[in-house]
Design a binder for this molecule. Structure first.
Ligand code: AMP
Ligand code: MG
Length: 421
């Protein structure tokens, strides 16, 4: 049976980065840049003030202090977004707002706090002063943001392969790009299998269960930036399955859940064998041993198919371990690792299966250490064990028992303040 790493490698070997598309920048969050972004403007476009204050010649401020103010004539005011009309000559100052272009002749900006602005405002009932007292020495360039200091014209602002986050979207907007070339998002067809399954909004006859896998898996697909295509439920017969599989045409990946274990009706892997190419079936992992991977023949191309186990925890854990990296690769990403911490176990864990265990746990930080306690019974169908968890503790395949107090690796499913990490 394949190890987790071997199985993952086989999957990654079979998937490629998808083509490029043009997306509005706001839609590109989480996608990968398909090319360098070159700036054709300077950002900022002009030298401008970093403070509300007075644009001056710094030489005029030499020797200025609280006790010995240097008085300058205020000849103009310049607001953000306007162009200064007057040149600063020796003995004069221009009142300037943050972001406003620095007038000709000025080489520094003295912020209001270092002038008598507040005092003179009080005494002149809010009217701008005609003279300002400078209370500290300025240096050349003080409080001036140079044109092009964020990005200069012709420079590479963002590199191909960058994962687009809020800051990158802001950068593109500041450069005047409303659209961007990115690697497109994979479309992921999701099909549940089982005679026992009932749609979420239908009444539940005796002996049946609602199809929950389609929803947990589609949510993961979305969470990692891909597009779910819900195919519904196939029954445990070849005809139903084959007809549903036809609807997967056009998708980039097919995910099925159920029908891959040893049961009588487990026909997914038979169909994979017949209508595609089976790469492997079964991985040395718990939960999630019966994982099938192959390629299903389509009209134009064959698409990678992951046959996830039917148990609701197994299919989610298998998704995190095997599907997520494949999707990230298709999106052009390079880092497939889940964030991990070293955590001190607060429960004993047995491993009589000889497989790598991923137990559901609550990871908490206390007194500078991470601790991991299991979320109750770990049955692979107990979805609440997953719902309570923010991480998966990893128990090596060659350990029979790992005891409370030992340090283990924990993969973080979520990492946020609500769970007190
Ligand atoms: P299977 O792999 O088809 O033998 O399914 C294993 C277990 O998972 C069985 O108890 C199924 O009822 C359950 N199961 C399979 N598919 C789903 C699904 N879509 N939603 C919830 N449970 C499922
Ligand atoms: Mg089944």
């Amino acid at each position: 049976m394949l190890s987790v790493e071997e199985a993952l490698q086989k999957i990654l070997d079979e998937v490629d980065v998808l083509e490029e598309e043009t997306a509005p920048i706001l839609e590109s969050l989480g996608q990968v840049l398909a090319g360098d972004i070159i700036s054709d403007i300077n950002v900022p476009p002009l030298d401008n003030s970093a403070m509300d204050g007075y644009a001056v010649k710094y030489r005029d401020t030499i020797g200025a202090s609280e006790e010995t103010p240097k008085f300058l004539d205020v000849i103009d005011t310049v607001m953000a977004g306007s162009i200064p009309g007057r040149e600063v000559v020796s003995g004069t100052a221009v009142r300037i707002m943050t972001g406003a272009p620095v007038p000709e002749g000025a080489d520094s900006v003295v912020q209001f706090e270092n002038t008598d602005e507040a005092k003179s405002k009080e005494s002149s009932s809010g009217q701008p002063a005609i003279r300002v007292g400078i209370l500290s020495e300025a240096k050349s360039g003080l409080n001036i943001r140079k044109a092009g200091e964020t990005i200069s014209k012709g420079a590479t602002a963002l590199k191909k392969g960058t994962v687009i986050r809020a800051a990158e979207i802001g950068m593109m907007a500041s450069l005047g790009y409303g659209k961007v070339r990115v690697v497109r998002r994979p479309v992921v067809a999701i099909l549940s299998t089982g005679d026992e399954l009932v749609e979420v909004d239908k009444p539940l006859p005796e002996g049946k269960i609602h199809d929950s896998n389609a929803y947990s898996i589609a949510s993961l697909v979305r969470r990692y930036g891909c597009v779910p295509k819900m195919l519904g439920i196939a029954r445990d017969n070849e005809e139903s399955l084959v007809s549903k599989l036809k609807q997967a045409q056009g998708a980039d990946v097919l995910l099925t859940t159920g029908g891959v274990s040893m049961g009588d009706y487990d026909i997914v892997k038979d169909i994979l064998d017949r209508d595609g190419e089976m790469v492997f079936w079964k991985v040395r992992v718990k939960p999630g041993k019966p994982l099938a991977f192959g390629k299903i023949k389509g009209k134009e191309k064959s698409i990678p198919h992951l046959g996830l186990p039917g148990n609701s925890v197994s299919c989610m854990v298998s998704f995190e371990l095997f599907v997520r990296p494949a999707l990230l690769k298709m999106m052009g990403k390079k880092n497939f690792a889940k964030p991990a911490v070293e955590a001190i176990l607060e429960d004993d864990v047995k491993n009589d299966a000889g497989r790598r265990i991923y137990d559901r746990a609550i990871i908490e930080r206390r007194n500078g250490h991470y601790y991991a306690r299991l979320t109750g019974p770990q049955g692979s169908g107990i979805l609440s064990s997953m719902s309570l968890a923010n991480g998966l503790v990893v128990i090596s395949e060659d350990r029979k028992t790992v005891n409370k107090g030992e340090t283990v690796q924990a993969l973080m499913l979520d990492w946020n303040e609500e769970v007190n990490i």
